[in-house]
Design a protein around this ligand. Structure first.
Ligand SMILES: Cc1ncc(COP(=O)(O)O)c(C=O)c1O
Length: 395
């Protein structure tokens, strides 16, 4: 059997042609395809604005910068995520409080977040970063109300959930309920641009701020210029009544977090198949759920959920290490998502320790992500199911 990873990108002939066309155009970096990708992605999520960036981590970093944090302030994060969803707070000099996950949904438990706020009246908590873990969208309206009641900003990490939504379909991942939502276009994600990321929002001011932060903190908008015309023209004696065309201003400390035009070409091309690929992920998930529910050795498989974007197919199992090694020997490469962030040595130095977040820790001790990607053939899905059944039936 050919090796089967837990996730894999799909690059079609059309994708390659789109990139080649972009490479043959006049622009490699800042061409028209970036804005086109942003506009199309915004409309895919339902948000008003989108800012494309070099990766999802850059999107998180700029989001926290734009939303604002001071060094004595705190943000509530989930431990069940990729470290970048938490590191962004540290990049900006802030501090982290972890809220445990709900063991049913694996998403941040709002009631624990509420307890944290009540238990820490001395701490200035300014934001909250829920993650649409595995592709299941958090209760965005619930988080919005919680954030508003507690005067917090709301940053949704929607990297796992493009195209995802809640049961009543009135909350779509990145659709503008959160102040900012971020996405990644890393190859294992739904849309791959190599490296790449996006922020979506309905807030025009935040949108404009992010555009500036993405490019070194430089603006070319003459309505925003702070230096006067005389200084900008470099000659106090000449009386020019407009700013010269070359002039730009660095008004704050930003970064170079730009995506390229040819990556955007790939993103636009991939976006065309996003819905179709999401349906394929759902068909695979539905097959796994119906075949494995009730199987000996499987502690928990979430019921099939229509709005789930199925970035990952996660199971909680007995003898996780045994199953993982057994499948590896059969060339099936599962993955574990995630080792709890609060137990990473970097975060332990701030006092976090085993036992602090029991649901996330229990989940980690028995979770496994089995292969899930749109080009995974149903024959391979059946083989994976049979191997899992064989493993546990013979245990
Ligand atoms: C939940 C989550 N947040 C953030 C990131 C960071 O994205 P990137 O790898 O594009 O920097 C990832 C990607 O692995 C992720 O899974």
């Amino acid at each position: 059997m050919n090796p089967i990873p837990y996730g894999r990108q799909e690059i079609t002939k059309e994708d390659i042609e789109a990139v080649v066309e972009a490479l043959q155009s006049d622009y490699l970096t800042q061409g028209p395809l970036i804005k086109a990708f942003e506009d199309q992605f915004a409309s895919y999520t339902g948000a008003k604005y989108a800012v494309a960036l070099s990766n999802g981590t850059a999107a998180l970093h700029l989001s926290v910068m734009a939303l604002g944090i001071q060094k004595d302030e705190y943000v509530i994060c989930t431990p069940l995520t990729f470290a970048a969803s938490v590191n962004c707070v540290k990049y900006c000099g802030g501090n982290v409080l972890f809220a445990d996950i709900d063991p049913e949904t694996y998403l941040m438990d709002l009631s624990h977040a509420d307890q944290l706020i009540k238990a820490n009246p001395d701490k200035k908590i300014v934001g909250i970063i829920p993650v649409d873990f595995a592709g299941r969208v958090v209760d965005l309206n619930g988080f919005r109300a919680f954030a508003d009641n507690n005067n917090l900003w709301l940053l949704e990490d929607a990297c796992h959930a493009p195209g995802g939504y809640n049961e009543s379909k009135d909350q779509t991942a990145g659709g503008g309920v959160a102040d900012l939502s971020i996405f990644s276009f890393h190859p294992v994600k739904h849309i791959a641009t190599g490296e790449g990321g996006m922020i979506t929002t309905n807030d025009k001011d935040l949108y404009e701020k992010l555009l500036v932060l993405r490019t070194h903190g430089i603006t070319r908008n003459d309505e925003l210029f702070q230096n006067d015309l005389v200084l900008a023209n470099g000659n106090a004696k000449e009386d020019h009544n407009d700013y010269p065309a070359w002039y730009m201003e660095m008004q704050e400390l930003g970064y170079n977090y730009r995506i390229t035009d040819f990556q955007s070409a790939l993103g636009i091309s991939q976006l065309k198949r996003a819905d179709q690929n999401l349906e394929k992920r759902k068909a695979i998930a539905s097959k796994y759920v119906s075949a494995l529910a009730g199987q000996k050795g499987i502690i928990r498989i979430q019921a099939f959920n229509e709005g789930h974007a199925y970035h990952l197919m996660v199971l909680e199992v007995e003898d996780r290490r045994g199953l993982y090694d057994y499948l590896r020997k059969q060339n099936i490469f599962c993955q574990i998502h995630y080792f709890p962030v609060h137990l990473m040595p970097y975060y332990k130095q701030f006092g976090w320790k085993e036992g602090d977040l029991p649901h996330a820790e229990k989940y980690y001790s028995q979770c496994i992500s089995i292969p899930m990607f749109p080009t995974l053939a149903m024959t391979d899905v059946n083989t994976i199911i049979e191997l899992i059944k064989t493993y546990y039936d013979n245990l």
